[in-house]
Design a protein around this ligand. Structure first.
Ligand SMILES: Nc1ncnc2c1ncn2[C@@H]1O[C@H](COP(=O)(O)OP(=O)(O)O)[C@@H](O)[C@H]1O
Ligand SMILES: [Mg+2]
Length: 355
């Protein structure tokens, strides 16, 4: 799965650009503020219908313009187009038709993003790590999305009942269903983490040969007690608080070195490499299980990494056989690898240069 053609119109400082990326390693280089990150952001926007830099999607529309349009061709066949107006109207077309769900886009364009802010995956609370697990399970398990969505809806309904101080018996009826979907969801997440671990170990071994990193799944409640029992035991407290304290919405991926959380032990460079290992493992697993390739977007790859680690990371990305877009200020920073295609960005204009 790779983008063979990309057009960007009125997106950030890019007025109009047309790129023909290579199926392997692509380098996007240029001065600060030239528009490098915006190219990655445009690809992300096509795959997810939102930005990774701003919660407000209209921020990405070029100043003084009414709308942005993006288009890409994936492989030989699939065409994806997206238009978004300042009023927030979004039109998405996949091969000329409107997709039923934005999730269809994510299936066509499985994107992996690595930015200098990606540390957040390890430093912040469990939400980002839960999303990481769910991304993997979503792409590997066709029933996952439905189960995830049902479980989420049931949780919302349960929380509404708790806040409304509903009758215990009424809540108990909902809890049967909530427990059922919680177990389904948890089993699928656990299965995915288990298969991830098989791949991850080797990659972490290359990136952090001296640290024994252990990765484990935490399901969101005491694993020795059935969720039905937990919900019953905690009902009065949940009612007081107005939300459900334990459940699959509290699941997490725990990463430890010598039983200490990684964020307390590893350097920033090491944390960045660990995040890269997690994302590469996710892609490797996807291609092993489903012969589907992720597309890697790596913003400012050089930051925090010495020359040896930059080389290692680029080699590992190349080995995945995936399409990779890397940004850098100066191509000299990343001259240790041969780039299939190079793009120079200058004040929002993009030119292909010889590589
Ligand atoms: N909505 C917008 N319209 C026009 N220009 C914008 C918009 N949002 C940001 N910019 C400008 O786009 C430029 C490119 O930003 P960015 O892609 O982050 O550059 P780089 O990654 O190359 O440093 C910045 O100079 C920024 O001020
Ligand atoms: Mg940038």
């Amino acid at each position: 799965m790779s983008i063979s053609q990309l057009t960007i119109n009125q997106f950030r400082n890019i007025e109009a650009a047309a790129l023909t990326p290579a199926g392997g390693l692509n380098l996007i280089y240029g001065a600060n503020g030239s528009g490098k990150t915006s190219v990655l952001e445009a690809i992300w926007f096509l795959g997810l219908g939102r930005s990774f830099r701003s919660n407000q999607a209209q921020r990405v529309i070029q100043y003084e313009q009414e709308q942005l349009t993006l288009f890409c061709r994936i492989g030989e066949q699939d065409k994806v187009g997206l238009r978004r107006t300042r009023q927030g109207d979004v039109t998405i077309k996949v091969n000329g038709d409107k997709p039923e769900k934005v999730a269809e886009l994510a299936k066509l364009l499985p994107l992996q993003l690595i930015t200098p802010e990606s540390f957040a995956l390890l430093l912040d609370g469990p939400k980002a790590r839960r999303e990481y697990i769910d991304w993997g399970a979503f792409h590997s398990d066709p029933h996952f999305h439905l189960i995830w969505a049902r479980s989420r809806r049931l949780l919302k309904q349960r929380n509404q009942l708790l806040r409304a101080q509903a009758d215990d018996r009424q809540i108990a009826i909902w809890d049967q269903q909530f427990a059922h979907y919680s177990n389904e969801l948890t089993e699928r997440r656990r299965a995915w983490v288990n298969s991830l671990n098989g791949v991850l170990e080797g990659i972490i071994g290359k990136f952090l040969p001296n640290a024994q990193v252990r990765v484990s799944f935490s399901q969101g409640w005491d694993s020795k007690t059935p969720i039905e029992q937990i919900l019953k035991q905690q009902l009065q407290r949940d009612k007081q608080l107005g939300y459900t304290v334990s459940g699959p919405h509290k699941a997490d991926l725990r990463l430890r070195v010598n039983n200490i959380p990684v964020q307390d032990v590893l350097s920033r460079g090491q944390l960045k490499l660990l995040v890269c290992a997690l994302k590469i493992a996710q892609g490797v697993l996807l291609s092993q299980q489903h012969r589907k390739q992720c597309i890697y977007l790596v913003d400012d790859l050089a930051s925090e990494l010495d020359s040896e680690k930059r080389t290692l990371l680029l080699q590992q990305l190349e080995q995945t056989g995936s399409q990779v877009f890397v940004t850098a200020i100066d191509p000299e920073q990343l001259a240790m690898i041969s780039w299939q295609r190079m793009f120079h960005v200058e004040q929002g204009r993009i030119n292909t240069t010889d590589s």
